[in-house]
Ligand binder design. Structure first.
Ligand code: IPM
Ligand code: MG
Length: 361
């Protein structure tokens, strides 16, 4: 079959890691007789440099008309890049938020799984790691603080900045449904993370999540406060199956969860709408400090491409093969710099891509 993929390399290491994900998709296409057609789309800093805005209407249209979107990363060094000191709606990250909103990608799925082979790269003590962990963070992606009203102005002679955290019950319900659906295919445990001891939005969150839970009698639901969750992730990560949470909490917790997998360079992610349409991207950023050096870890992006095969194209077997190839390469001892330790074989970004592609047969 033919699939049209809008590809957004973006900034920093984005183009390098996207190159490796395409290599993998092309190999899958050759072995399993699919044709992946790519249309390149500019977003983020490179779009600002070319068109003056982080996402053009045409770019959004191209993404909308594709079968799915593959994204590298956008942005430069925060606080220290030519793209930082501009109006918020003209920053590279604004392009990312605009495409998430424009494509209605409200469900961000971020799996965090500890490969046995990477247990040494996990910063936690062995007794805490235990048998490892395998969790999915279901992060709400088009609401909350990221999309509420914001402004900075002088109030009574004092500079004042306001960001607004809003959720309505429909936004909460649809993401909760996604979390329970995915839990049904896993260990059937949802932990909903909020700050209901302080925030109104969290109280509504809790109430609506409990209502949705009624429709899933087989799934166990527990609630956890976000500060406690941050602690539990490094104290007992094995207790989590599906973490359901709002946009900002999910942003923070998913970085933490990725770090305990050994490297943020390993964590894939899918952002979906109500249907099978999705945008697939690594959870990490554009890492401008290592851009262009051919040392970035492409695995998170390759695993994101595998998620695309599974969730948007229903190519489960092909997705399994890609994931197995990644595992095999790790088992054979190949490591990019971020997951390297003594005794392993250090490889570059492109070498890692080649090794994984070779194992797709
Ligand atoms: C992420 C990133 C983005 C976010 C940034 C780049 C705006 O950190 O996808 O987690 O905060 O959502
Ligand atoms: Mg983040």
């Amino acid at each position: 079959m033919n699939y049209n993929i809008a590809v957004i390399p973006g900034d920093g290491i984005g183009p390098e890691i996207i190159g490796e994900a395409r290599k993998i998709l092309d190999k899958v296409g050759a072995v399993y007789h699919h044709l992946f057609d790519y249309t390149e789309v500019l977003m983020g800093g490179i779009s600002i440099d070319t068109y003056g805005v982080p996402l053009t209407d045409e770019a959004l249209e191209t993404a909308k008309n594709s079968d799915s979107v593959l994204l590298g990363a956008v942005g430069g060094n925060v606080g220290n890049s030519k793209w930082y000191d501009v109006a918020p709606n003209l920053r590279p990250e604004a392009g990312l938020l605009a495409i998430r909103k424009g494509l209605n990608l409200f469900a961000n799925i971020r799996p965090a799984y500890l490969y046995k082979e990477l247990a040494d790269a996990c910063p936690l003590k062995k007794e805490i790691i235990g048998d490892g962990f395998d969790m999915v963070i279901m992060r709400e992606l088009t609401g909350g603080l990221y999309f509420g009203d914001r402004y900075t102005k002088e109030v009574d002679g004092v500079m004042t900045a306001v960001d607004t955290l809003t959720y309505n019950e429909n936004e909460i319900r649809r993401i909760a449904v996604k979390a329970f659906d995915i839990a049904m295919k896993r260990k059937k445990q949802v932990i909903s993370v909020d700050k209901a001891n302080v925030l109104d939005s969290s109280r509504l969150w809790r109430k609506v999540v409990e209502e949705v839970a009624q429709d899933y009698p087989e799934v166990t639901l527990n609630h956890m406060l976000v500060d406690n969750c941050a602690m539990q992730l490094v104290m007992n990560p094995g207790q989590f199956d599906v973490i359901l949470t709002e946009n900002m909490f999910g942003d923070i917790l998913s970085d933490e969860a990725s770090m305990i997998t050994g490297s943020i360079g390993m964590l894939s992610s899918a952002s979906m709408n109500e249907s099978k349409f999705g945008m697939y991207e690594p959870s990490h950023g554009s890492a401008p400090d290592i851009a262009g050096k051919n040392i970035a870890n492409p695995i998170a992006t390759i695993l994101s491409a595998a998620m695309m095969l599974r969730y948007s194209f229903d190519l489960d077997k092909e997705a399994d093969v890609v994931e197995a190839a990644v595992e095999q390469v790790l088992k054979e001892g190949y490591r990019t710099g971020d997951i390297y330790s003594d005794g392993f074989k250090k490889v570059s970004t492109t070498e890692m891509g080649d090794l994984i592609a070779e194992r797709i047969i």
